[in-house]
Structure formats: structure tokens, C-alpha cells
Design a protein around this ligand. Structure first.
Ligand code: ZN
Ligand code: ZN
Length: 116
């Protein structure tokens, strides 16, 4: 994944090395001595501050699978095979605002119906 442009201000324009704070006024590249004003950095940090939700989303995408919970079987007539039992599963989508999706899977032919 390409590094977000939002965070480039923390890195050297020339060699990409992470800048170190060498004084109150400047952050400096340890390799090529490129300097950036700390005023500039402070301003951008405020502008690009990430929310807790952004962090959760980022973590969720890289380290966790979507939560899946098998709840029960319910009585429902399958249009494909005539079976009358479905597995009832709820799946939490990655972002909270998408909510949960309900999956009904026929225990016989595995035909799946989704409901939001
Ligand atoms: Zn550099
Ligand atoms: Zn079926």
C-alpha cells in the first residue's frame, strides 16, 4: 500500500527518511540534512489529525477478519429445493455505518439469501 500523502510532511522530500526534531525550529533529515520548519509540521498535524474511527477502520482492514456469528436455524421455505430449514447468520460489515447483513442459507442446497 502506498504511504498516505497526508503523512509525507514527516519524511524527507529528497530521500524519504523520517525527519528528526533537531531543534525547536526545524525537523532535520539525518541523512541529507534537509530541514523543514516545525511550524509547518505542527500546522499539518492539526489539519490531518485522524479520528478514532479512522484508526479502527485501518486496524480492522489489516488485522481482523469480518466478524461472523452463526446464530440459529430458522423455518423458511427454500424456493430452489423445497427444504424448509435455513441457517441464520449475521455478518458485521467492516465499517460500522454499513450495519449488519443477515444471511439465510438453505441447509440442503446452500442457496443463500441476504437481508440488510
Ligand atoms: Zn533526506
Ligand atoms: Zn434449498
Amino acid at each position: 500500500m502506498a504511504r498516505s500523502r497526508d503523512r509525507d510532511f514527516l519524511f524527507c522530500d529528497f530521500c524519504g527518511t523520517m525527519l528528526t526534531l533537531s531543534s525547536v525550529k526545524f525537523a532535520k533529515c539525518p541523512l541529507c540534512n534537509f530541514k523543514r520548519s516545525t511550524k509547518d509540521i505542527a500546522g499539518r498535524e492539526i489539519k490531518y489529525r485522524v479520528t478514532a474511527q479512522d484508526v479502527r477502520r485501518e486496524l480492522g482492514m489489516s488485522t481482523f477478519e469480518e466478524g461472523e456469528l452463526k446464530l440459529a436455524t430458522i423455518s423458511r421455505k427454500c424456493e430452489k429445493c423445497g427444504n424448509d430449514e435455513f441457517e441464520y447468520t449475521r455478518k458485521q460489515m467492516r465499517s460500522a455505518d454499513e450495519g449488519q447483513t443477515t444471511f439465510l442459507t438453505c441447509t440442503k442446497c446452500r442457496d443463500t439469501i441476504t437481508e440488510n
